[in-house]
Design a protein around this ligand. Sequence first.
Ligand code: DGL
Length: 283
Amino acid sequence: MAIGVFDSGVGGLSVHRTLVARFPAADFVYLADQANTPYGGRPGEAIVDLTRAGCERLFAEGCGLVVLACNTASGIALRRLQQTWLPGYRRQLGRPANVLGIIVPTIEAATGLPWEHEAERRGDKVEKLDILAVFSTPATASSRVYEIEIDKRRQDVAVFSQACPNLAGLIEQGASREALAADVAAHVKAITSRIGRSPDRAILGCTHYEIVADLFRAALPPGTPLIHQPQATADALARYFERHPEFEIGTGGGRRFLTTGKPGAQSSLVEAFWGGPLSFEPA
Ligand code: DGL
């Protein structure tokens, strides 16, 4: 069974690239919902419906497991789909099928604590506050998923979210590096003035932003650690496969790329990030 990787567009390639490197023999199918990108400004119900349609498409391609390589889909749709749609759909398919997101692995990496862990609120004095900036789409920022989940585990970490309404769209449209750098710099400046100082660490909480991680590094003070979602997701998936041997991930090393949008080559920015030509088939 292949591993499906889903995003609204090309951002999920940042996760996909790391998963392919970690599981080179596995068969992969990547689906970009470019007809509907960006998701980040859409209402929650629309994000749930689009994410379900993407998962159905990938299961129809023979995937056994779908990784939502999208914070917006993971934060807004995953729980709903796991609770209300997946159990019946799995019965209908009659084979193992699951959907995993990327927020849980990211929070585990950011807190150093497993998902199950909830800190006891002992009211101890926090000696030093670690300020964590999260750059994301408006939908992820308004869900407050990072604030809520990190606060349950670590009282010494304060989370500040910065919604970047245009950035994923600019990356999809293949905007110039100057335009992207200006947008990134404006968001770093905005969050810095809201915090009152620079953050101690940052999460690029939208998979598209990994493609311009160098621009975030340049705009943040030198050496600010970035928590990388692709790495965190690959580590979590390796642990998942150990616990779930029923998922046979294939041995053919197959790689397919599907889009609901315009098939063919992607922008030069994306191909440079991917490290070679990338041609998408119609979904
Ligand atoms: N790359 C996606 C994310 O991680 C979504 C970007 C968008 O479609 O707005 O949130």
